[in-house]
Design a protein. Structure first.
Length: 374
């Protein structure tokens, strides 16, 4: 259920300087439990597990204790609401009950809040509380609420001192540069990232001091919610795709290559080319990449075959030389009809014998030529 909190703009813009993040979150959740048809306040029930599920991260500590502590403190906290010719100072929570072992609270709001929460006809703002509860600081929640109350006008023009008052930051950040760098910059970035509005800020200087801010407030484009049937179909389609992956030819057709067989490129090469090319690349780029990878693959195969053949020839030659009656490791050169040894001694051969000595090398050259010509 998409819970919404509807409040008067006066309540949203009230000075709530004493509230912590936990207390502010509890208040937003409580307000979201008020129904449009409610004519009076009643005890509103907070189920701790339901509330916890709305938070960005589940607490590692006891959430029931945290809620109990926050509700207790809300009974003592006061806010100040500007009401035209007067300011109302009021508590937020009148009283509460905790049901031990049941995991829920019953909370009764203070009667002074009735004009700001019941039967609202004008000057009010409705917030999807999941947006607010996802924010991780009380300052971010407060600024988000305040900006939402001005969203219908598209902008909020506010004095720096007034903004700090509404956010409960009076007496803090004496320099605007500190207020901007240590507070506004971070929470505006988080509001833009998490919530349903996009915000930008402009500064106005009086002399050397920034005294006024203009916030531009725009609604983000709404994402169309999928129906239950659409979600089920999407899941079914994904399961079918996982169980029946497309063939390489189907993939290539989807990428704009309608007749891949004309290129005489192996399927595994096409797969590598698809993985290497960036998404959205034109078909011509994919074809060029596939041809390059195929050429590299063929060249690698030739080199591997050549290496294997050379290894076999070396093995044959070694066997042949090992059959001679001299130590071939001491041969340092040859002449047309002799081997020359390291000690200067030469072993003479007749021409026919010398041709026999060269035969393995002649065979090697012949085989290598055959490989290169393939």
């Amino acid at each position: 259920m998409d819970l919404k909190a509807t409040q008067s703009n006066a309540l949203i813009r009230a000075n709530q300087n004493e509230l912590t993040l936990a207390e502010k979150r509890i208040m937003l959740y409580l307000i979201s439990l008020i129904r449009p048809e409610d004519e009076d306040f009643k005890y509103y029930r907070i189920y701790v597990d339901e509330f916890e599920n709305l938070l960005p991260n589940k607490e590692t500590t006891n959430q029931i204790f945290n809620c109990m502590n926050a509700v207790d403190k809300l009974e003592d906290k006061k806010i100040k609401i500007e009401m035209g010719d007067h300011i109302t100072s009021t508590r937020l929570v009148l009283k509460s009950k905790y049901y031990v072992g049941h995991g829920y609270f019953d909370v009764l709001l203070d009667d002074e809040l009735k004009p700001h929460l019941l039967d609202l006809k004008e000057h009010f703002t409705t917030i999807a509380i999941k947006q607010g509860l996802q924010l991780t600081s009380v300052n971010a929640v407060r600024l988000y609420e305040i900006l939402k109350s001005w969203q219908s006008t598209g902008k909020m023009i506010v004095k720096v001192c007034k903004l700090k008052e509404m956010m409960g930051l009076e007496g803090k950040y004496k320099m605007f540069s500190q207020f901007k760098a240590n507070c506004l910059k971070q929470i505006i970035a988080q509001i833009n990232e998490i919530t349903d509005i996009k915000v930008s800020m402009k500064e106005r200087k009086r002399g050397r001091t920034v005294d006024q801010l203009t916030f531009s407030i725009k609604a983000k484009p709404k994402t169309k919610l999928k129906t239950k049937e659409e979600e089920q179909k999407e899941v079914k389609d994904k399961l079918h795709e996982l169980n029946n992956p497309p063939t390489i030819h189907e993939k290539l057709k989807g990428l704009g290559i309608m007749n891949p067989s004309t290129f005489q490129i192996h399927d595994e090469i096409w797969e590598k080319a698809i993985a290497e090319e960036s998404k959205g690349a034109p078909p011509s780029h994919l074809i060029t990449t596939a041809k390059r990878l195929q050429n590299q693959c063929e060249q690698t195969k030739v080199e591997e075959k050549k290496k294997a053949t050379e290894d076999e020839i070396i093995k044959t030659n070694k066997q042949w030389f090992d059959g001679l009656n001299f130590d071939s490791s001491k041969v340092v050169g040859t002449t047309n009809d002799a081997y020359v040894f390291v000690d200067g001694r030469a072993t003479m051969f007749v021409k026919d014998d010398f041709q026999k000595i060269l035969k393995p090398f002649i065979v090697k050259e012949k085989i290598l030529n055959q490989i290169q010509s393939q």
